[in-house]
Write a protein that binds this ligand. Structure first.
Ligand SMILES: *[C@@H]1O[C@H](CO)[C@@H](O)[C@H](O)[C@H]1NC(C)=O
Length: 182
């Protein structure tokens, strides 16, 4: 019991210091122009109940990211949901002080790129309104497949975010993703 408590505490501390240490880097090192464009969403882990459809209806998602104005991003996301393929477009604004893009009116508390080499990207989305908080981790790839290493990084990050049980690698059906091809 004691050991479990110690482990749980260590994990919480690790997550806190990880989020504090990791996110500030993003603003300084990420080239949003290079990150722009079309992405497939290869895998998702989310604690949002009812976000994903039944197993046989799952498909690759997609996102188109564009630099809108200075400090603003236009993000379109298409995803196969329980009611079918849906897409949503949002303008995200960069926080004045913190290295995060958000649109709290639309329920997007944070859009963080945790890591990328511009062929793949690990995107952490914090969603919810007021006191409700949901988190999702998305694995972006320029192509409809992903490398073993990026998948490995996705799963390791799911573990840190405590989303391992919700991690889903999406079936390679691009019919929903291609609805937002630029
Ligand atoms: C993945 O993309 C390639 C080339 O872009 C295409 O030829 C292939 O059919 C796609 N695979 C699936 C399963 O959609």
């Amino acid at each position: 019991m004691k050991l479990e408590m110690a482990l749980a505490t260590a994990l919480v501390l690790a997550v806190v210091s990880w989020t504090q240490e990791f996110f500030p880097k993003e603003a300084h090192t990420l080239n949003w122009g290079k990150f722009s464009g079309f992405w497939y969403i290869i895998a998702i882990a989310t604690d949002t109940q009812g976000f994903l459809p039944a197993k046989d209806k799952r498909k690759l998602g997609a996102s188109v990211v564009k630099v809108h104005k200075t400090g603003q991003l236009k993000v379109v996301i298409a995803f196969s949901r329980p009611k079918g393929c849906q897409s949503m477009e949002t303008i995200l604004k960069k926080d004045r002080k913190k290295p995060v893009f958000r649109n709290t009116l639309k329920g997007i508390k944070g859009f963080h790129v945790l890591s990328t080499d511009y062929t793949y990207g690990l995107v952490y989305l914090r969603l919810g309104r007021a006191g409700n908080n949901y988190k999702s981790l998305l694995l972006f790839n320029r192509q409809n497949i992903s490398s073993f290493l990026s998948l490995r990084e996705f799963l390791d990050t799911c573990h840190i975010l405590q989303l391992t049980n919700q991690a889903t690698i999406l079936p390679k059906d691009d019919s929903c993703a291609h609805t937002i091809l630029p």
